[in-house]
Design a protein around this ligand. Structure first.
Ligand code: PEP
Ligand code: MN
Length: 338
């Protein structure tokens, strides 16, 4: 349930709303805006409490029942867009943020060459997996802590913040020491223990959409992060499993405007894992920006033929440079810039 307070409502009136919610065993979260305060009343059985219980209290403007299971990620709770700030790089504002780099951190030379290439072309955040969630236990699992150290070295050299995946709730602290943005992968989107730990960490997070999950389930997963007080959440559409097998996953372009309507959180798009093939990545990346995405997460490898993971879908530095010029043009049409 969302309780909107009147403009200029007194603190005591707000306290009454909070006290009544607590009396019924509910949790509350406040969104104190410049204009007015919005109270989210959280709990599994808010449906059993009549909304009039709050509507009659002085200082209350309106009470809205949220029938959807997500609350904190909803536009009803927070009308203004959330802007996530990573060392001054703002995701969700006018500028499109491109995060690019290899699927996996492999060697110092590979990571440095990737960082140099993507930075020269205008990417502002470096991606690279140190812990890789692989479908098979026999596939390369990533360099783990050594990979994190390489990311830190390259970050220091090139001055680019890094995004890297955390796969285990026990490793949130470790990965958080090195990463500027924690990535929760598609296969982990409903790992609620991991989400809770990442929420507690308060680090900026990229929450990828589970490839078999609906937008509602995705936003409900985001609530796990927000409920722990981590407001730095970036959603990432990366394609879903459908009957279509000409691409690795079907990029759900429509989730971009759907999310923009339903949620205040910024959304970026990963065209690489959806496409599964380098030749398809540019079209999907451009479509995402045209549909209103706030940024992109793209796999770029200095030598895709030698990549240990996802070489087929990785762009070469020159293909990436060309794509960035095209994205720049599309961003302008959308009234934004790179
Ligand atoms: C990745 O970005 O490296 C990755 C594993 O992506 P996803 O979780 O979307 O499969
Ligand atoms: Mn990959």
């Amino acid at each position: 349930m969302i309780v909107e307070m009147k403009k200029g409502a007194a603190r005591e009136e707000l306290d009454d709303v909070i006290a009544r919610a607590k009396k019924y065993g509910m949790e509350v979260q406040l969104n104190i805006g410049t204009d007015k305060t919005v109270v989210a009343i959280l709990g599994s059985n808010t449906g059993q409490i009549p909304s009039d219980m709050f509507g009659v209290l002085p200082g209350v403007e309106r009470v809205t029942r949220i029938m959807r299971p997500y609350k904190l990620a909803s536009r009803e709770f927070k009308a203004q867009d959330t802007i996530v700030d990573i060392e001054g790089i703002k995701v969700g504002g006018d500028r499109i943020v491109v995060m690019a780099g290899p699927c996996a951190v492999e060697t110092p030379e590979q990571l440095k060459a990737a960082a140099r290439a993507v930075k020269d072309s205008g990417a502002r955040i470096l991606r690279g997996g140190a812990f890789k969630p692989r479908s098979s236990p026999f596939s390369f699992q990533g360099l783990k802590t050594a990979g994190l150290e390489l990311l830190a070295d390259v970050k220091a050299e090139y001055g680019m913040p890094v995004v890297t995946e955390v796969v285990d709730s026990h490793e949130v602290r470790l990965v958080g020491k090195y990463a500027d943005i924690l990535q929760v992968g598609s296969r982990s989107m409903q790992n609620f223990t991991l989400l809770t730990e990442v929420g507690k960490s308060k680090s900026p997070v990229v929450l990828k959409r589970g490839f078999a999950c609906t937008v509602t389930e995705w936003l409900t997963a985001a609530d796990y992060l927000l409920a722990e007080g981590n407001s730095q959440v970036i959603l990432c559409e990366r394609g879903i499993r459908t009957f279509e097998d000409s691409t690795r996953f079907s990029l759900d372009i429509s989730s971009i405007p759907v999310i923009k309507k339903a949620s205040h959180l910024p959304i970026i798009v990963d065209p690489s894992h959806a496409a599964g093939h380098y030749s398809l990545v540019p079209a999907l990346a451009k479509a995402a920006i045209a549909a209103g995405a706030d940024g992109l997460l793209i796999e770029v490898h200095p030598n895709p033929k030698e990549a240990l993971v996802d070489g087929l879908q990785s762009l070469t530095p020159s293909d990436f440079a060309r794509l960035m010029k095209e994205i720049d043009q599309i961003a302008r049409v959308m009234g934004r810039s790179l």
